[in-house]
Design a binder for this molecule. Sequence first.
Ligand code: ADE
Ligand code: ZN
Length: 324
Amino acid sequence: MHDFLRDLPKVELHLHIEGSLEPELMFALAQRNGIDLPYATVQEAKNAYLFSNLQEFLALYFQGMNVLRKEEDFYDLAMDYFKRARGEGVVHIDMHFDPQAHLQRGVPLDVVMSGLLKAKQVAAETLDLTIGLIMAFLRDRPAEEALHVLEQAAPYWKMLDAIGLDSAEQNNPPAKFVDLFNRAKQLGLVRVAHAGEEGPAEYINEALDILDVQRIDHGVRCLESDEVVARLRREQIVLTVCPLSNVSLKVVENLRDHPLPKLLAEGLKVTISSDDPAYFGGGMLSNHMACAEAFGWDKSVFRQLTFNAIDEAFVTNDRREELR
Ligand code: ADE
Ligand code: ZN
């Protein structure tokens, strides 16, 4: 099964590039930029990656990305993950990035964008790996700030595949961002949002109704509402489920309790992604292997999950045909 899953050309729809920052690279970039880290060693950083919830993780996630200062840091960050993912059989990644988290630290948007865009180009040319770009907005920050950043990003609108909504979900309902998502729609930008990770099933409905999103990131708590499940099935909305993330952030106690088999049995359009692979115990291959072990799925299940992701990926029609 390991070799089959490694060789299966996999498509990842939910990956925060800042969450792919391995401690080894964090140390190298800290040294390059003359930044002190709160850890003495790589092992000490890894030992700190134990979380009780999303909020605890986000604190270390934002702290870790403080080493990203220059264009080449963003380029190195992305290439480091792209090479690793390609080695695990990944052929396309829809990649979230968090501009506000960098702007807040005084890192200009042009620095972030030029580093990531260059990595995207080099990945296509040298790795046969295609990349979709999702500019994500932090839902625990003011809605006006998000709108301002979207306007500031005007030179890059045509390079974005979508906007997204991430960070602390509880008490930050999708409706808070109605103006942002309306503006994105007016600009012709596709929309996605995290919903039903830690927040209630109702947030999934809200993201679909009020933000008019095309896919739901996570969405595992949909099972708390028969009505939401029925809708997701009827409309065949893709859920980008991140099994190891859900275990790390205690959305579920352990993988055997994960609702993935139930989601599939309900006829939902499920896909598997890694979310923040440097923090949650591994990338696409680890997530697939963990599911094979926990659920005993056969090859046909993984093929179906991959078809679901190919259907939804932000790729050209030619590339989609190539991936099928
Ligand atoms: N940002 C990075 N990872 C995230 C996650 N799992 N949920 C919400 N926001 C995030
Ligand atoms: Zn996420």
